[in-house]
Design a protein around this ligand. Structure first.
Ligand SMILES: [Zn+2]
Length: 426
């Protein structure tokens, strides 16, 4: 069994404890021991990694991954690529995430049904580099809502499965399960990119959502929901959706419903998309701040800050990430969300980093006995050694060169931690 000893690092274990200097022993795919202070753990047969002056933290989880999105500027970029090219693109993105310290990716949805599935299988088999992947399905939506790009005179295939009524929903979810998806994605509310169903509307019915949840759970899968509206979020919480995305609008009742469900659900605000539009970072793709203004994006961003600040105070488990992969929000910059959590929702850097690590790990292992996301004995050995202190400057996490060691499941995917790397004498 492979053994690695990381010595003298400042350890952020994501449990809420203050970081401490210590050593970490990894055996096989597990954390075997963590010591406060250095020099207490035997180094026999270990690859020794010099962590002195560096920051050791759990690997991050991208909570709303679109592995098949790379510099997307329109839905045409999701529909047009042939499956062969699109699969290669998806594999590239998986590697980019791991290179940037994301050892897990919770798939939100993909542009074609089996893109996440195929890449997940290759990564699991050890034939391609990438994070642990929960494969997202195609988006499932209803006629006339987000993702329905057809017109009567011009039917189009993709980028979503369009269903109407619980029976069609049951069939669509079963199809996604049969094809190997781990996570089923529902478009419950409207969206500012679809003017006929704006963000505050709720085109999908409770009966449809409920059917999707029952069907997915019967197959042991999880359900993700796109929901921006109050009605949509309440439908999701009542129907048993596992992971809620966006959730900008809320009222007192919605917040109370969240609090009741807080041990069951995970929430990704996906703040990056609207932040980048409002800050004119999407202007190069024609989506200027002015256009965003006409779409009502500043109001949505304001609502997001209000709702998610309140959810933070109520102890809802937030995860970072979401909607990276557009032309103006490149894959690999997903850790920007940690700073956004500080700026928009009032998290401390340490709490925001726990959302990126501990909460993400808990989401990945939801409903199982597996332990992931903390640097504690018995947990899966997914971790990153950072040359710098993210708690004083979160931007160090955006620089892949500062991530001097990346370990997934006990395997050293990357290790340039320094000259002290050696195999110690037995
Ligand atoms: Zn998304």
């Amino acid at each position: 069994m492979s053994k690695t000893l990381i010595v003298g690092a400042k350890i952020f274990d994501a449990s809420g404890a203050a970081p401490f200097e210590g050593d970490m022993l990894v055996e096989g795919d597990r954390i075997r021991a963590v010591s406060k202070g250095s020099g207490q753990l035997a180094s026999a047969d270990c690859v020794v990694v010099d962590g002195k002056g560096k920051f050791l933290m759990p690997g991050m989880t991208e909570g709303h991954a679109h592995l098949s999105f790379e510099t997307v500027a329109s839905t045409e970029d999701l529909i047009a690529p042939p499956p062969e090219e699109h699969t290669l693109l998806t594999a590239r993105v998986a590697k980019v995430l791991l290179d940037h310290g994301f050892t897990s990716a919770w798939g939100a949805s993909e542009a074609k049904l089996r893109l996440g599935v195929a890449v997940r299988n290759e990564v699991n088999a050890g034939r391609l580099p990438g994070p642990r992947i929960r494969a997202g399905s195609l988006e499932i939506s209803v006629t006339g809502a987000m993702g329905d790009e057809s017109k009567l005179h011009n039917p189009r295939t993709g980028p979503s499965i369009i269903v109407d009524g619980p029976e069609e929903m049951r069939k669509a979810v079963r199809l996604c399960c049969r094809e190997g998806c781990d996570n089923i994605k529902l478009d419950v509310s409207g969206d500012p990119f679809y003017p006929s169903t704006p963000a505050h509307t709720t085109p999908m019915s409770f009966e449809e959502v409920k059917m999707a949840v029952e069907t997915a759970h019967a197959y042991g899968r999880r359900v993700n929901a796109h929901t921006r509206s109050i009605g949509g979020t309440q439908v999701c919480l009542r129907a048993g959706v596992d992971v809620l995305y966006h959730c900008e609008y809320s009222d007192a009742k919605t917040l109370d419903m969240f609090e009741e469900a807080k041990d069951r659900v995970f929430v990704a605000p996906t703040v990056s998309l609207f932040h980048t539009i409002v800050k004119n970072e999407a202007a190069g793709a024609g989506l200027t701040a002015e256009v965003g203004g006409y779409m009502g994006i500043p109001g949505l961003l304001e609502a997001s800050a209000k709702t998610h600040t309140e959810l933070r105070k109520r102890g809802i488990r937030h995860v970072i990430g979401g909607d990276y992969g557009f032309a103006w929000s490149k894959q690999g910059t997903n850790a920007r969300d940690i700073q956004f959590f500080v700026d928009y929702y009032g998290y401390t850097p340490s709490e925001a980093l726990r959302c990126a690590t501990g909460n993400g790990g808990a989401m990945m292992t939801m409903g199982s006995d597996e332990k992931q996301g903390l640097l504690k004995e018995g947990y899966l050995a997914d971790m990153v050694l950072v040359d710098g202190d993210p708690l004083t400057d979160l931007s160090v996490l955006l620089n892949a060169e500062r991530l001097v060691m990346i370990m997934k499941g006990g395997e050293l995917y990357k290790n340039v931690a320094g000259a002290a790397q050696r195999r110690a004498a037995a």
